[in-house]
Design a protein around this ligand. Structure first.
Ligand SMILES: [Zn+2]
Length: 189
């Protein structure tokens, strides 16, 4: 059967709207976590339990950590971290639409204004493509984190690390790949 058709049938048959929302939130937060982790941002806590302000959130370390890198590199990393939630949602949910007014995009646009060159929206579109590449590369990790979130609602930084770090050898290769993508960044390890 055609893949899209089978997905559609599964959604209609089994997914109550609130279940779909929870599945999307899990991918959203997992996207922030995995991209943040791979770019060297410390992940302290992640939850998919809703609050007054959000449907879930990630608590992270300083986005401008590792200060020796250029300001632009730190800004680009922070922008990718902001965008990764919605980009992960978009990869998971085909009917997704970008929300420029969401907290994540307002944050990304604010950061993009400090980068010179193109306009902020062009920078965002470029960073979206870069973030999407990272998410596709690490999609298995996104799914692992998302499933753990659906099971436990919340994960600590150590629990995140235990899910993402067991394949040391593979990780070293991946870190070299990241280093190649951002040559001005000092090696975080
Ligand atoms: Zn978000």
């Amino acid at each position: 059967m055609h893949k899209q058709e089978s997905t559609l049938i599964i959604e209609r048959a089994f997914f109550h709207p609130s279940t779909v929302r929870r599945e999307r939130t899990a991918r959203h937060e997992a996207g922030h976590v995995v991209v943040g982790y791979r770019l060297g941002i410390e992940i302290k806590f992640v939850t998919i339990l809703p609050t007054h302000h959000s449907s879930g959130h990630v608590t992270h370390g300083d986005l401008f950590c590792g200060g020796a890198g250029s300001d632009d590199a730190a800004l680009e990393r922070a922008i990718k971290f902001c965008l990764a939630g919605q980009m992960a949602e978009a990869l998971f949910y085909s009917r997704y639409r970008r929300r420029w007014t969401s907290v994540d995009y307002v944050c990304a646009l604010g950061l993009a204004r400090y980068l010179t060159g193109w306009g902020a929206r062009e920078i965002i579109r470029y960073q979206e493509r870069e973030t999407q590449k990272l998410l596709k590369l690490y999609w298995k990790d996104v799914e692992h984190i998302a499933r753990a979130l659906l099971e436990h609602d919340e994960l600590t930084g150590i629990e995140v690390e235990n899910i993402l770090a067991p394949n040391r050898e593979e990780e070293e290769k991946e870190m070299n790949c990241i280093a190649a993508m951002a040559p001005e960044e000092p090696d975080p390890f």
